[in-house]
Design a protein around this ligand. Structure first.
Ligand SMILES: [Zn+2]
Length: 308
């Protein structure tokens, strides 16, 4: 750990000043010894007992950098709930709610993720992309075309809701996402009987040839899921209108290629951000939960406002 009480316990927790220095653990009150050398970041280690906080992970320069963006009182702060104590990497507060940022450099068992999220409740994970996702990459692409598929379903039944249920529409969006440019899928809109699906692409493509196949797939989908015998497939095929438009845009887009992806990351229910991920600039974070690239300084200043 980074901080401990000094030998006389007469001030707030301090960092190690020299190797061999003796102090006291703020959680279990047992003796700790300062380690300061070239190989590892200066830290306090328990002398007799094992590390009392089972959630502890060795501190790195990267931990220090993140903690140092916040006042000392917020770093490695002890959180106590129902008789249990843990050290949060960064502890903040907003509207009487505690917010914890955990800076994670190494793999963590899924059972511990669940315990930590339940214990801290308002938790933000910052993962080190270098150590945890080094084979994966955020690929940036310049985008200059927006393609809009327009699919107009005929009113075959008295009420459109009988066959144009939300789940059917979402399946059809998936069908098109899989058939076309999944990575560049942007959004869809469904109104009345018209479905619009938006894709970005980085150059001019001719989709005209794809329309018959797409029509065939959609009719096939309804044929498979048709619980309403009165939908006539030939009539659907005949009346289904499919077209697309192309609009010029000037955007940056990105997608994540996952390789040797660690399963535990997708078990995190709280917000997950990546630092140092391949493809990210050093002043950026990747908000994995929302698939967004955010500026690191904006993230930090937002949370600095919640420092005690
Ligand atoms: Zn201890």
């Amino acid at each position: 750990m980074r901080y401990a009480l000094n030998l006389n316990k007469d001030e707030d927790e301090v960092e190690v000043s020299h190797s061999g220095e003796i102090g006291w653990c703020g959680i279990c009150n047992s003796k700790v010894q300062g380690k300061k050398g070239d190989e590892r970041v200066a830290h306090w280690a328990h002398i007799n007992s094992k590390n009392c906080d089972s959630w502890y992970e060795p501190i790195t320069e990267w931990h220090l950098w993140w903690q140092n963006q916040f006042p000392k009182i917020n770093r490695e702060a002890i959180v106590e709930k129902a008789g249990k104590k843990h050290r949060a990497d960064i502890l903040l507060q907003k509207d009487n709610k505690e917010i914890v940022i955990e800076v994670q450099n190494s793999s963590i068992p899924i059972s511990q993720i669940q315990k930590r999220e339940a214990f801290y409740q308002n938790l933000i994970w910052i993962l080190n992309g270098k150590s945890l996702a080094n084979s994966s990459r955020l690929v940036r692409i310049g985008v200059d075309r927006l393609y809009t598929w327009k699919i107009k379903f005929p009113l075959l039944l008295r009420s459109r809701s009988e066959y144009l249920k939300t789940e059917f529409i979402e399946d059809i969006v998936d069908l098109i996402k899989n058939r076309f440019y999944d990575n560049n899928y942007h959004d869809y809109k469904f109104q009345d009987t018209t479905l619009e699906i938006y894709f970005y692409h980085h150059n001019d493509i001719d989709l005209q040839m794809d329309i018959p196949q797409l029509k065939y797939n959609i009719v096939g989908y309804f044929e498979m899921h048709n619980d309403y015998d009165n939908i006539d497939n030939d009539e659907l095929h005949h009346k289904l209108q499919i077209s697309y438009t192309e609009t010029k845009v000037d955007l940056q887009s990105h997608y994540l290629t996952k390789s040797y992806w660690r399963k535990f990351i997708d078990k995190m229910k709280c917000n997950v951000f990546f630092d140092k991920l391949n493809g990210l600039e050093s002043d950026e974070l990747y908000w994995y939960t929302k698939d967004k690239i955010v500026k690191k300084d904006r993230f930090i200043s937002k949370y600095q406002k919640m420092a005690k």
